[in-house]
Design a protein around this ligand. Structure first.
Ligand code: C2E
Ligand code: MG
Ligand code: MG
Length: 388
């Protein structure tokens, strides 16, 4: 819904909401009551439900009905719906707790990609609690110096020579211990903490890369939310200026989810960053929608093929092999490099070399390294190059 609002404007968004309300109202019988909670959120109260199947049937019907296309002003619009369910008195005795339980279940449905329904489970409550605690400590993590970067080598596929490092964020929580970025990055994105944290990552990675030999580049991951901030270009420009790192030595990695929310200005910001001479990589290719159309949205210098493909190809999956071949062919004709992620064994290395990927990143060549070890590796590479 937000994408419709952002691209076609609020009047169209309002009419879309009107159509959604009409469709929902038609589904209601005298046993149900429907209302709008605000924004694009609606609530249905069902009276005297004897079997969960009844509520599930309605949830399914709601999702199907709302997912049918809408015609507004010559536009054919598609939106999805997610549903969370809670049952009284089991999941809450007051309206307030019941809505909160339904909300947690809805959250789970959205988390799973949307278009589905989930019922409340007590476990959701403890997960939400864990998230809340992590979010609170993450707010102070940067100033308390609990965040640091590690650097994973990326090498040429043909000779194994070091080319660059990818900067990867680590959080060491004093009580919980290390928290995986797969866990805390989504929390940081939702709590709007990724802005300051992401800025710090760009600055720190540029400063570190400036100490490496001049043919070694650094790659930094950028969240979609960072690109919704028009100030992002300035952050990159000042990180480069302060560290005196040549722009051509910096690569920004984005996933295609950047393009899912059109109209947010992300493409424009990417263009400005490219204008500065910074490189751009499409990360985790193969995990999302993987529309090849995204490759035309901006000028990518490389495509990173997700680890799941590397591993599937080495395990003999015909589809994975065909897809990697196609991506490599396309990338070559568009003058882009292909990086295979997650190469862990010699067998995987050989498969990737055969498939023609130009670069490799994976535990086989190196794990994410602490700053000093990465620096030492870069220096060794430099000595080897001079000797050659
Ligand atoms: P990514 O950008 O795709 O980074 C590659 C991930 O694959 C890293 O996980 C890396 O440790 C892991 N990896 C590399 N080679 C292998 C291998 O051979 N085998 C296996 N099993 N894994 C391998 P990590 O460090 O846990 O990061 C996970 C994700 O968190 C990253 O995926 C990235 O999306 C995100 N992330 C990390 N640092 C940052 C950051 O500074 N900013 C943002 N926005 N996201 C970050
Ligand atoms: Mg990455
Ligand atoms: Mg990746």
């Amino acid at each position: 819904f937000k994408a419709v609002n952002d691209t076609l404007g609020h009047p169209v968004g309002d009419r879309l909401l009107g159509l959604v309300s009409q469709r929902l109202a038609k589904l209601m019988t005298e046993n149900e009551l429907i209302g709008r909670l605000g924004g694009d959120e609606f609530a249905v109260v069902m009276r005297e439900v004897n079997a969960t199947a009844t509520a599930e049937d309605l949830a399914r019907t709601i999702i199907d009905t709302l997912s049918q296309p809408y015609e507004i002003d010559q536009h054919t619009l598609y939106i999805g719906a997610s549903v969370g369910m809670a049952v009284s008195p089991r999941d809450g005795r007051t309206a307030e707790t019941l809505i909160r339980s339904a909300d947690l279940a809805l959250y789970r449905s959205k988390d799973r990609g949307g278009g589905v329904f989930h019922a409340y489970e007590p476990q959701l409550h403890s997960e939400a609690e864990e998230r809340r605690v992590l979010e609170m400590s993450l707010r102070r993590a940067l100033e308390k110096g609990q965040l640091h970067l590690v650097y994973q080598p990326v090498v040429n596929a043909h000779d194994g020579a070091l080319r660059s490092f990818e900067a990867l964020l680590r959080w060491n929580h004093p009580e919980i211990g290390p928290v995986s970025p797969a866990k805390f990055i989504p929390i940081a994105e939702e709590a709007r903490l990724i802005g300051p944290i992401g800025d710090w990552v760009v600055r720190t990675a540029c400063e570190e890369a400036a100490r490496w030999p001049s043919d070694i580049r650094v790659a930094v991951n950028v969240s979609p939310t960072q690109l919704h901030n028009p100030q992002f270009t300035t952050v990159v420009a000042s990180a480069l200026a302060n560290s005196r790192l040549a722009p051509s030595r910096l690569d920004l990695e984005v996933t295609e989810s950047v393009f899912l929310r059109e109209g947010t200005g992300a493409t424009r910001i990417l263009d400005q960053v490219l204008e500065m001479g910074v490189g751009l990589s499409l990360d985790d290719f193969g995990t999302g929608y993987s529309s090849l159309g995204y490759l035309g949205k901006t000028r990518f210098s490389s495509i990173k093929i997700d680890r799941s493909f590397t591993q599937a190809a080495a395990a003999g999956s015909a589809e994975a092999i065909a897809i990697i071949r196609a991506v490599v062919a396309l990338a070559t004709s568009l003058d882009m490099a292909t990086v295979a992620e997650g190469v862990e064994s010699e067998a995987e290395l050989h498969m990737i070399q055969q498939l023609g990927c130009t670069r490799i990143q994976g535990f086989y060549f190196g794990r994410p390294l602490p700053v000093m070890e990465a620096r030492a590796l870069a220096a060794r590479h430099d000595r080897a190059m001079r000797a050659a």
